[in-house]
Design a protein around this ligand. Sequence first.
Ligand SMILES: Nc1ncnc2c1ncn2[C@@H]1O[C@H](COP(=O)(O)OP(=O)(O)OP(=O)(O)O)[C@@H](O)[C@H]1O
Ligand SMILES: [Mg+2]
Length: 356
Amino acid sequence: MQKSTQGSRLVVKNVSKDFGNFSALRNINLDIQPGELVCFLGPSGCGKTTLLRIIAGLEQQTSGMLFQGEEDISLQPPSARDFGIVFQSYALFPNMTIADNVAYGLRCLRVPKAQIKTRVAALLETVGLPDQAKKYPTQLSGGQQQRVALARALAPNPGLLLLDEPLSALDAKVRHHLRTEIRQLQQKLGVTTIMVTHDQEEALAMADRVVVMNNGVIEQVGTPMEIYQQPASAFVAEFIGSMNFIGHSAVTGRSAQLDARVLALKQPISVVQDNIRLAIRPEDVHLQPLDGPGWTAQVEHLDYLGAFIRAQVTLREWGLSLLVDVDPRTARQLGLSRGSWVNVTLPSDSLHCFAA
Ligand SMILES: Nc1ncnc2c1ncn2[C@@H]1O[C@H](COP(=O)(O)OP(=O)(O)OP(=O)(O)O)[C@@H](O)[C@H]1O
Ligand SMILES: [Mg+2]
């Protein structure tokens, strides 16, 4: 209780986990800074929860080490580790009042009663539920229950907050609202936080850094902007946002050859590579009038998405279909409609190259 609210640093060193013959995690390395919010993001079954449970001590790693602050926690049981945890389902004690739920961890720590009372009141105030102390979990909405779970996890003032898909059972509006609140609270308290999610928008909106996982390995660790703008692999490029893959190519220096077509690249490739996947984001593809530069394409489909229009165009002579994001004004100027024709350019500074 007297501990400062400073979050702790967490280092994961070469952690692997096997379930029988199945390798769930391989050589996981992470260095999470005090006060950072890191999201584990990846498709179902990639190992996010397993890694979170290993950090909590709820699962034992097959090999590798974990350090929290200066301490080697690799072999510590959960009870000896300094963390609070919130799960996807509202794992509140149904037969306890909201106040007793929040007080639970403090009672285990034998904190004096009067102190518990003050702390619980303050926490319920913090999570926006000052009047709900005497109610029972079933009398609260899903969003309110997750706030209680958050208050309960934060009550002992942990150095590390672990969240496993805490918002995924909530409807979109509550989810959006609560994610902003969690982020603000986390920043205010300075508690180091790891949040598991398979929702890329949530990860990009909340995290200082995102850990993109796939099949038991880390594909990339970076800020939301790095992950989006410089995806390290075709998997990351495809998993985060939308990406058009435009073909396999031999790449030499500053140009890529796709059949008879030569595309300029901004970043020269240092070694000659004969099988590179070229890709471009929908917002980076440019549409021009038919008398402008580029390859001729026909509009197959238009989706009005409010702030922009997502067009699907086909470059017939390439046999290639592309998604293109266009602002409504440009779309009007080009007279975009289903079946209409435009020219397409692929700006060299927007082309991504991935090893095939
Ligand atoms: N106790 C276990 N015994 C055997 N296999 C397990 C066990 N726990 C997890 N696995 C397997 O390990 C892999 C990773 O599981 P994990 O729960 O970590 O995935 P996840 O990324 O959290 O997925 P989701 O997004 O669906 O929650 C899965 O293939 C899963 O079936
Ligand atoms: Mg999971």
